[in-house]
Write a protein that binds this ligand. Sequence first.
Ligand SMILES: [Zn+2]
Ligand SMILES: [Zn+2]
Length: 360
Amino acid sequence: MTKNYYQTLGVDKKASKDDIKKAFRRLAQKYHPDKSGGDENKFKEINEAYQILSDEHRRKEYDTYGQTFSQGGPSGGSAQGGPFAGFDFTDFAGNGMGFEAGDLGDIFAEFFGGGRTQQQSRGRDISIDIEVSFADSIFGTTRNVLITKVSHCTTCKGSGAKVGSATKKCASCGGKGRLRQTRRSILGNITSETVCDKCFGAGEVPEENCTTCGGAGVSRRAEEVSVAIPSGIQQGEMIRLSGMGEAVPHGRAGDLYVKLHVEAHKTFRRAGLNLNMDLEVKLTDALTGSTYSVQTLDGDLKVKVPEGVTPGEILRVKGYGVPSHGGNRGDLMIKVVVKMPSKLSKKAHALVEELRAEGL
Ligand SMILES: [Zn+2]
Ligand SMILES: [Zn+2]
């Protein structure tokens, strides 16, 4: 089902960042498609494994959930079409995409003698865990959590400009918004084009920077995030809050993933939309019938135990279960557990003998 990235790189689960990097470099050089004996598919696999395991955040996600939710920017793994997306081996000149950020660039740096990075256009995803009470998992709730992350500057709304500032032509790219670079290599001239890191592609920059963020448009701070937890959620379910992950300057913010953990309840167990519970009933009450007060998630409820109830019998209370998305609710299923006296007094013994005489 899931890929074993550790196996792909031939490292231990506890391998250090350094070990992982070394393993990647060794394998990437061995399987590089340009080399004799190279293997493009193998190279892609190695690269994908490295993209995950070299990133602390994504590695943790992978270790925890067996998959990752983060995309590490434009070069983020196979979801964007593999490590070769945007890179043409046969036509280096003017393909408009150039090299991408990250470790693929790193590998080429080794081959071509020099690497470069490109501005990431999407922020990192963040994942957090929230523990909710059993009752909250049934009825839903809202949680405010404090997350320290890179967020858009509230003063300039992410623009990086001082409010009301005029703009001027970007000196770095001459107003084009992109930077071209040509370098010689063993495979000929390579021309790469990147988004200008001064104006982020806009071609112009503000005359005056925002004083709060110094022009970055983002800042790292603790931010309160309100998480709406819907009714009927189950242990391990994940909620995705789009755009609530980390922000990047002049780019799209990542997503926030919330993994929910539901506390076990001392009385209730969930079975689909129904709630199961045991009710301990005295022997005499089981024989003659009685009314019991049951603490449900909706408050106290009088439950009639019928005369002669069978141990293990289920008493069904309609509508006291889990709310469905269709607006109905499941039922509360009360299992009768008859408590047998462990020891009878002399008097009780005599009374039971009388019952025996009755033929019971
Ligand atoms: Zn520029
Ligand atoms: Zn600002």
